[in-house]
Design a protein around this ligand. Structure first.
Ligand code: HEM
Length: 409
């Protein structure tokens, strides 16, 4: 079958949902060739994505990392300090020690602060009337929340956001113009990641030297003090952990809010229903996440000869967990291409599933829900003020620009 679901150019105009549907029906584990001649297996059905995600020993996140492009040995070595790219048993140990900072009870204490920031951001939008929503407004919420949680000085947050965007948006020349050739952009050492890791090292060093009694303890201090196997993280380990938290927490949340707003504008009946029933904000957010998942996929590497569904997979082969396709699987969701804010149940896979299920899920959900609640309160009328622009990426299902016009009551 001549379907290409790798080409990042395709995603710049739209997610190839029709191709995903064909693959789910005819080639659920699809052999996709990459531009360098190598290939990966795209797992397109919901049940198979769940099965692979639940077998971290057989399908490793550590061996080849979580993106499709092969990393250098040096990059992989550094990535091993990120929770997302650890395999059991180390992964389970590290995750267990860090989970308490992210559990619902801890996160619920942030609700008032999240609401305050949402109101500030929405008030700015109202005053300006016409804004580029993605960078001028949506990005501010996760940047401020993560900045405050970790104790990152306010004056450094814009720079950190910029590094995160370069790192994550490396397939889009508008976002990462540092190299001229598309393949090189991914394979060359990533400027954003290195710069941010250096910042993280310096952050760790100065934290260890400073007198903690001068200020309140924050997540940065707690992570630095966390013990795994009887020792705390080195500065380098902390630095890559920092890189992961900041990138995972910033970009995906900004995307969720931006795609959510665009989807609501494009479905005026659903926006009107939400205005009538604001208690549905939580349910609407889940549907936004299902309908427009911030990440299209994460990768695994088979550690032994095995099988997914009927398909034989050899040791060392790459496997992509296609969240965007699984979320539209007709075997699980009725009318999967319809956007329905009342959908229930809605067990989408946008936060993954299994061992690596998103650690920041409660924070992301709270930010999204509170943003929607306050947006309904403060913005009675919202419309597009120009054409939205999508990121050129087969990984991030993100907008890079969303011009909107806002009117008050
Ligand atoms: C809408 C927002 C978000 C989305 C869609 C999202 C999505 C994901 C996905 C798909 C995974 C990997 C699942 C897997 O490999 O099986 C993941 C893991 C992770 N996420 Fe999120 N995420 C979001 C927000 C956040 C936030 C706000 C944080 C932290 C502040 C965060 C931190 C993490 C971490 C640390 C992991 C690795 C967990 C592990 O390997 O055990 N994420 N996320």
């Amino acid at each position: 079958m001549n379907i290409d679901i790798y080409d990042p150019d395709i995603y710049a105009s739209a997610t190839p949902y029709d191709d995903f549907a064909l693959l789910r029906r005819d080639f659920p584990v699809y052999r996709q060739i990459m531009p360098n001649g190598s290939f990966y297996w795209a797992v397109t059905r919901y049940a198979d994505v769940v099965e692979v995600s639940r077998q971290p020993e057989k399908f490793s996140a550590e061996v080849g990392g979580v993106i499709l492009e092969d990393q250098s040995a040096e990059q992989l070595e550094q990535s091993k300090n990120m929770l997302l790219m650890m395999d059991p048993p180390r992964h389970s140990k590290v995750r267990k020690t860090i989970y308490p900072y992210f559990r619902p009870g801890e996160i619920s204490r942030l609700e008032d602060r999240i609401r305050e920031i949402c109101i500030e951001i929405l008030t700015v939008g109202l005053a300006r009337k016409t804004v580029e929503f993605v960078h001028d407004l949506a990005a501010q919420l996760p940047a401020q929340i993560l900045g405050e949680l970790m104790g990152i000085p306010p004056e450094d947050r814009a720079q950190i956001n910029h590094w995160a965007e370069i790192m994550i948006g490396s397939q889009d020349p508008d976002i990462n113009p540092s190299t001229s050739n598309a393949a090189e952009k991914i394979l060359s050492p990533n400027e954003g990641s290195v710069a941010m890791a250096m910042y993280g090292m310096e952050f760790a060093r100065s934290r260890r030297e400073s007198n903690r009694s001068d200020r309140d303890t924050d997540l940065g201090d707690l992570l630095l003090a966390t013990q795994v196997d009887g020792r705390s993280m080195t500065d380098l380990e902390f630095a890559y952990f920092f890189v992961q938290l900041v990138t995972a927490g910033n970009d995906t949340t900004r995307t969720m809010i931006s795609s959510g707003l665009l989807t609501l504008i494009e479905h005026p009946d659903q926006l009107a229903a939400l205005r009538e029933n604001p208690h549905l904000c939580g349910s609407a957010l889940e549907e936004i996440l299902r309908y427009s998942p911030p990440l299209h996929y994460f990768r695994r590497t088979a550690t032994a000869d095995t099988q997914i569904s009927e398909q034989v997979i050899k040791a060392g082969e790459k496997v992509a967990l296609m969240y965007s396709s699984a979320n539209r699987d007709e075997a699980v969701f009725s009318c999967p291409d319809e956007f329905d804010i009342t959908r229930n149940p809605n067990a989408h896979l946008s936060f993954g599933i299994g061992e690596h299920f998103c650690l920041g899920v409660h924070l992301a959900r709270m930010e999204g829900r509170v943003f929607l609640e306050e947006m309904l309160n403060l913005w009675p009328k919202i419309e597009l003020a120009g054409a939205p622009k999508r990121q050129r990426s087969n990984l991030n299902n993100a907008l890079k620009a969303l011009p909107i016009r806002v009117a008050g009551a």
